[in-house]
Design a protein around this ligand. Structure first.
Ligand SMILES: *Cc1c(COP(=O)(O)O)cnc(C)c1O
Length: 387
């Protein structure tokens, strides 16, 4: 009966005619890949976040893998991340033979808990990967303090947080970390279809990331170990991958990046409308804020006391879907996945992550939503919950 209503997914891309025109320009040109649009996109991204360097990748997962690889992580090394994240934040450690170590989250924000982090450090801890869950940066001031006392590098997984700010800092500017990774999957702030990037201020890491992204092969005369016998000559310096973004994607990325501020402003405006609607409603609580931090709202997550309403989350999600509203749960905690069972964790190891997982629900949020759309989601949710 609601077939005429548009379906509202939890997230989606915003593509305009000028985005399409940018892609078509590249398609008509000489370089579909390994061309100049890659470099301009990277320069634009570095400038947008205030970093010295940006390196693009074919997706955010490849970027995380590259970040672990260029730090030289491997067998016997421990890499700390939180259980409330997408698998990629932990898989990147495994790709290089290291062990993911999970540390519980702060209850209000579902980001890595600094005091539990401090307690989890061992002599084998070689990197920390905080996740800026939903778009609110983790407590980077404290995490950075803890890590720098032990000279442990930080890789920020900022797949949710392009456009977010911390006190005196923009996510990606490297103020609190060695490298920051981004994703340009269509549900994220800007899209290249598939795509990702790393920003850093470290020139040696920048060079290593570019090598790793392209088979470990270079033609750069400054890097060759032998004198070049001719113009065909290149050398493989390390075992790399083909993790390149194409110029077609970079053109879309450049065009999207110009709209980032507008996208983020719209996400904040819509999130504020949700916040106002849920203010004072018992049993529903929006995710917490952090003083001085500016949220980029990749997701709008509410914590629902389903027991209080006497209903099950699965039922609520199905009932909302019948009303043409898509919701999602971000995420099935890392230690719940059978492929992570070898780490030997029990649910009781992560009390806050378990509570968060039981209550969280991501509601639709994307820049082309209207205030009426937000109101429709709010009244449907309250109705389904019987609030
Ligand atoms: C999307 C995402 C990634 C991976 O990005 P892809 O581009 O899909 O490979 C990594 N971490 C988090 C937290 C993400 O949400």
């Amino acid at each position: 009966m609601n077939d005429e209503l548009p379906f509202l997914p939890y997230g989606r891309q915003t593509i305009d005619d000028d985005d399409i025109a940018s892609v078509v320009d590249v398609l008509r040109g000489d370089w579909l890949t390994q061309g100049p649009t890659i470099d301009t996109f990277e320069a634009d991204l570095a400038a947008a976040v205030g970093a010295r360097f940006a390196v693009s990748f074919c997706n955010g997962t490849a970027a995380l893998h590259a970040a672990c690889a260029v730090l030289g992580l491997g067998l016997g090394d421990e890499v700390i991340t939180s259980p409330i994240t997408f698998s990629a934040s932990a898989n990147c450690a495994r790709y290089v033979g290291a062990k993911p170590v999970l540390v519980d989250v702060e209850p209000a924000h579902a980001t890595l808990c600094p005091s539990k982090l401090a307690a989890a450090l061992t002599p084998r801890t070689r990197a920390i990967i905080p996740v800026h869950y939903a778009g609110l940066p983790a407590d980077m001031e404290r995490i950075h303090e803890i890590a720098s006392a032990r000279q442990i590098p930080i890789i920020e997984d900022a797949a949710h947080a392009l456009g977010a700010h911390l006190p005196g800092s923009c996510v990606g500017d490297g103020r609190f970390s060695t490298m920051t990774t981004f994703s340009f999957h269509p549900v994220k702030h800007i899209t290249t279809g598939e795509g990702g990037a790393i920003t850093t201020n470290d020139e040696a890491l920048y060079d290593a990331l570019k090598l790793f992204r392209s088979h470990g092969i270079t033609r750069d005369p400054r890097r060759l170990t032998r004198e070049s016998p001719g113009p065909w000559y290149q050398e493989q310096m390390l075992l790399g991958y083909n993790y390149r973004l194409t110029d077609i994607q970079a053109a879309l990325g450049r065009s999207q990046l110009r709209k980032l501020d507008r996208f983020v402003a719209k996400r904040r405006e819509l999130a504020a409308r949700y916040d106002r609607a849920f203010d004072g409603v018992s049993g529903i609580r929006p995710l917490g804020k952090r003083a001085g931090y500016e949220h980029a709202y990749h997701l709008y997550v509410v914590l629902v006391d389903f027991a209080f309403f006497g209903c099950e989350r699965a039922h609520v999600m199905t009932a909302l879907r019948d009303k043409r509203i898509g919701t999602q749960v971000h995420y099935v905690p890392i230690h719940h996945h059978p492929d992570f069972a070898y780490l030997g964790y029990k649910p009781s190891d992560f009390v806050e992550a378990e509570k968060f997982y039981a209550a969280s629900l991501s509601l639709p949020l994307f820049p082309t939503m209207t205030h009426d759309d937000i109101d429709r989601v709010v009244s449907a949710l309250l109705e389904v919950l019987g609030a």
